[in-house]
Design a protein around this ligand. Structure first.
Ligand SMILES: Cc1cc2nc3c(=O)[nH]c(=O)nc-3n(C[C@H](O)[C@H](O)[C@H](O)COP(=O)(O)O)c2cc1C
Length: 185
């Protein structure tokens, strides 16, 4: 049986670089692993009444069951206002409840942050790490995956161009898989 790693992109827009990185990652899964993109686009904003009143929207139930089926997570996040985009934070919040039934617990995670500029979404990367501590997700420390100038990384068809950044991302995936194998419970 293949180990399934969920890939979550923190952007909804059609031409999102985070989505393009996510799609490229799917092709980098080594033997014995499946990298599965988990769609976060239709998840309603979390309202605790959903759980308290047993009226969980279908899209939330679906997301939780999709996440329950993965054994590790790679977050591919851009940065909004020096933090994690709301769509990704909302997915994290939705998956963390009801209390005691978090879909994140103990799942080894990696964060691949990216930006069109120089700073590579460093702020989002580290704010996300703060949530992972509380969610009890071990997070890969090294290599830190900061992808700058992500807008230069794709050709017109949305394929990742060959070069040092692609090589670095592939190596980061290899490191994650090696580290995952030691940290999976
Ligand atoms: C609301 C908003 C806030 C943003 N804040 C930041 C920021 O703090 N740092 C940054 O590097 N880029 C920021 N950007 C620019 C994004 O890095 C850029 O739009 C990027 O392409 C978004 O990721 P995506 O391509 O995956 O959609 C912001 C964009 C938006 C729409």
């Amino acid at each position: 049986m293949k180990k399934v790693i969920g890939i979550l992109a923190g952007s909804l827009r059609k031409e999102s670089f985070s989505k393009k990185v996510s799609r490229a990652l799917v092709g980098f899964a080594p033997e014995g692993f499946e990298f599965r993109i988990i769609d976060v686009s239709n998840i309603p904003i979390y309202n605790q009444d959903f759980d308290d009143e047993n009226q969980v929207p279908q899209a939330i139930a679906r997301f939780r069951s999709e996440m329950a089926a993965v054994e590790g997570v790679i977050f591919v996040t851009p940065e909004y206002n020096r933090s994690v985009p709301g769509v990704l934070k909302n997915a994290i919040d939705v998956g963390s409840r009801p209390y005691g039934k978090s879909v994140w617990d103990k799942k080894p995670a990696a964060i691949f942050s990216n930006s069109p500029g120089n700073l590579s979404a460093f702020g989002a990367n580290h704010h996300l790490r703060q949530s992972l501590v509380f969610l009890n997700m071990p997070a890969m420390q090294q290599p830190e995956v900061y992808i700058s100038h992500v807008s230069d990384l794709f050709d017109d068809e949305g394929n990742m161009k060959d070069g040092t950044t692609k090589d670095f991302i592939k190596k980061a995936v290899e490191s994650y898989i090696e580290w995952y194998s030691k940290n999976a419970l």
